[in-house]
Design a protein around this ligand. Structure first.
Ligand code: ADP
Ligand code: 5GP
Length: 226
């Protein structure tokens, strides 16, 4: 049976970096390439990071019910997951990894309640800003827009099954692998104590204190989780 893994994070937290590693290291895991109306960034190629399509094409796909979920992200561009990626993973007996925003995650959880969701957090706001600049693929107004959106997105952390703070990259990769592998084992009624102990540290009740300063750095609304 196919398990759907959802990964969300404020832009710049390091989600693509982590996802790219687990795509290489974990067998039987398919990745859904999303459709978007935004322009390609840096070296992005059509069909690789995204399928870059026009607004008219995107709206045509909505009409034809081709999306498992879709949303307008950053109030401007459409992003969506095509149903055919789920069908393909199911036909091949593989799991499916979705890199989607908070709105998309909610839609998928409604349709597939046993999907497993992971929220990636940066270590604090200043580090998120540094990573957005270091990536140097976005203009200053875009960086500002993404930082503002991050404050709102981070408020949704409670809706996720696991919360992973992406501080040291090697640790985050091992933790993400532990979450995916321990969930897989659980569904086959098996367990690996070490893996599940590592994954369980990312449950809200275990990580609540650790994330308080991170939320504070994004302001009081994020910290209250309202
Ligand atoms: P996202 O997909 O969440 O928008 P990226 O994966 O593009 O973010 O990462 C944003 C920038 O941060 C990249 O330059 C990446 O190399 C860097 N980065 C990712 N994870 C870490 C980490 N743990 N420590 C330091 N830099 C990181
Ligand atoms: P970026 O423009 O930085 O690649 O992505 C911006 C945001 O859109 C990220 O939070 C990313 O997870 C989200 N996103 C990417 N693909 C999809 C998708 O298919 N559906 C939804 N809802 N969000 C997506």
């Amino acid at each position: 049976m196919t398990t759907v893994f959802i990964i969300s994070a404020p832009s710049g937290s390091g989600k693509s970096t982590l996802v790219n590693v687990v795509r290489r290291t974990l067998p039987n895991l398919e990745f859904s390439i999303s459709y978007t109306t935004r322009q390609p960034r840096g070296r992005e190629k059509d069909g690789c990071e995204y399928f870059f399509i026009s607004r008219e094409q995107f709206e045509g796909m909505i009409q034809k019910n081709e999306f498992l979920e879709h949303a307008k992200v950053f109030e401007s561009d459409y992003y969506g997951t095509a149903c055919r990626f789920l069908r393909h993973a199911e036909q091949n007996g593989n799991d499916l990894l979705l890199d989607i925003d908070v709105q998309g995650a909610e839609q998928v959880k409604t349709k597939i309640p046993d999907a497993v969701s992971v929220f990636i957090m940066p270590p604090n706001r200043a580090e998120l800003e540094r990573r957005l600049r270091e990536r140097s693929q976005d203009s200053e107004p875009v960086i500002q827009k993404r930082l503002k959106a991050a404050g709102r997105e981070i408020e949704n952390y409670r809706k996720y099954d696991y919360i992973l703070v992406n501080d040291r990259l090697e640790d985050s990769v091992s933790t993400l692998e532990a979450i995916l592998l321990s969930e897989r084992l659980k569904r086959n009624e098996r367990a690996d104590e070490k893996l599940s102990a590592r994954a369980e540290k990312c449950r809200l009740d275990q990580i609540r204190e650790r994330i308080q300063p991170i939320l504070k750095s994004f302001g009081d609304t994020a910290a209250s989780g309202q």
